[in-house]
Design a protein around this ligand. Sequence first.
Ligand code: PEP
Ligand code: MN
Length: 348
Amino acid sequence: MIIVTKSNVSEPELANIRQRVESLGLKTHITRGSHRVVIGCVGDDAALSEIPLLALAGVESVTPILRPYKLASREFGHPDEPTVVRIAPGVAFGGRAIQVIAGPCSVEGSEMLLETAIAVKDAGATLLRGGAYKPRTSPYAFQGMGEAALELLAATRAETGLPIVTEVMDTRQVDTVCRYADMLQIGARNMQNFALLAEVGRTKKPVLLKRGLSATIKELLMAAEYVMASGNQDVVLCERGIRTFETATRNTLDVAAIPVLKEETHLPVIVDPSHAGGRAALVAPLAFAAIAAGADGLIIEVHPHPEDARSDGDQSLDFAAFVDVMTRIGPFAEAAGRTMRAPSHERA
Ligand code: PEP
Ligand code: MN
């Protein structure tokens, strides 16, 4: 941390600033300029958050030098090695292989779920998604089938072998969802629900952490830090589009977030082109862009009849459209130096 003083700082004010910083176990180094004094604070930066430094008399500005996320950062976490988050035998995020999570926005019944699972697996998906508890903008909209949906997801896993990813919205649901899911999704609207982050951090289930609608990359990494600081290191980050002034798309896919996150963190990064674009026609180009930019995977909404979907039908792909994306994405994966499970018609 670097503290710059006001130009008229007095000696007693300077002594007080130093004394407050040193009382937390840090050392101070003073550089006197012609007008101001620069105080370099050496030691545990995090401890300094206990002092409202800008409120101390004589302080002009405070600049942190180190990243506030430690476990999630490359700097302190793993400088060289990316983290590989294993979900099931042969299904891991962060290795060379791209993983595709696909399935309906909401679980609506057993037949549609099984039919979708078989279709997406055949097309190359390696995990099945499906919402049991849905965060809907309107309290009058379909809220999901709850535990009955979790049972259907588990039955579908038994039938197809696909591990399941589903959202947990509330700390009170964590135990129940853990009994069924292979990966816990924290939705965009809950990215800063710190109690929920800490609770999933106390489980042993891998966490899919979606970026908040208006969250910065730093805030996303701080949310991951919450999960990791509670003991769970298996976090996969998901860029799903952010709110901007643009109204032509549901959200704006922040493609640059992928390489920026890759620089900052060792955690795997995947992309949700469905919620980013908000329209089925945008899913393929956004998915291609994501893979080309270095994403470790995708999460895509697929429904047997998007026109009848109880949530997010506009952005859901039917089976043919999903096969088409999975077929056309191959060259992008190859160009990015990645491997991918090919659709069955292309497998030997
Ligand atoms: C979802 O995956 O269906 C969902 C609600 O996503 P998000 O939290 O990104 O809006
Ligand atoms: Mn959805």
